[in-house]
Design a binder for this molecule. Structure first.
Ligand SMILES: O=C(CO)[C@@H](O)[C@H](O)[C@H](O)[C@H](O)COP(=O)(O)O
Ligand SMILES: [Zn+2]
Length: 195
């Protein structure tokens, strides 16, 4: 593989991150307020996504249940992407687009937050999870890209949309991970004080 290709990936990734600051800094700060409000009211965070975004959902839940950069109490978060028995049963007995929605209906409570991650904004199982979250009176924080796709119609007035200004899945995922780390840092700062 050529060094130029690798260099281009690094440069493009850095540029997409720089381009994202003006789009995402304010909504990320607002999302931190929503998440901390939910956590301090005794609510929890559910997270979902497909492929690389499933990994992002798990990454976020791990940092809340475990820790980010400093010691603090465990925070309640569940990735809906991890239980192969649930995922296969729901996909087999219902439809694959219900794999997250069914878990939201079983686990979600009013005031809980759904972190819905999809680079295209179009994954049917993520959109169905949002419908279920609305039924459960949950708040949705959506991480998308590519203009947001069908997510633009799926979200309600109380939801939040963090849309990365890129058309390329890999670059969008890279900014999603950075955004997730900003969320973790913001949660810790609000709960434990600035460091
Ligand atoms: O990680 C990657 C590509 O970088 C893939 O696994 C990617 O996440 C999958 O193709 C997903 O199914 C894409 O779904 P979405 O982001 O459009 O919701
Ligand atoms: Zn990927």
């Amino acid at each position: 593989m050529s060094i130029e290709r690798i260099t281009k990936h690094f440069r493009d990734s850095a540029q997409t991150k720089l381009d994202s600051i003006d789009h995402l800094a304010v909504p990320i700060a607002a999302a931190v307020d929503v998440i901390v409000g939910a956590l301090t009211s005794g609510n929890k965070i559910l997270c979902c996504g497909n492929g690389g975004s499933a990994a992002d959902a798990q990454h976020f839940a791990a940092e809340l249940i475990g820790r980010f950069e400093r010691e603090r109490p465990s925070l309640p978060a569940i990735a809906l992407t991890t239980d192969s028995s649930i995922l296969t049963a729901v996909a087999n007995d219902y439809q694959f687009d219900q794999v997250f929605a069914r878990q939201v209906r079983g686990l979600g409570q009013p005031g809980d937050v759904l972190l819905a991650i999809t680079t295209s904004g179009n994954s049917a199982n993520v959109l169905e999870a949002i419908k279920a979250a609305h039924e459960r009176e949950m708040i949705v924080i959506a991480l998308t890209g590519k203009g947001g796709g069908k997510m633009n119609e799926a979200l309600g007035d109380n939801d939040m949309h963090l849309c990365v200004p890129s058309e390329r899945t890999a670059r969008i995922q890279e900014v999603h991970l950075l955004s997730i780390h900003c969320l973790c840092d913001g949660i810790d700062a609000l709960l434990c004080g600035d460091e």
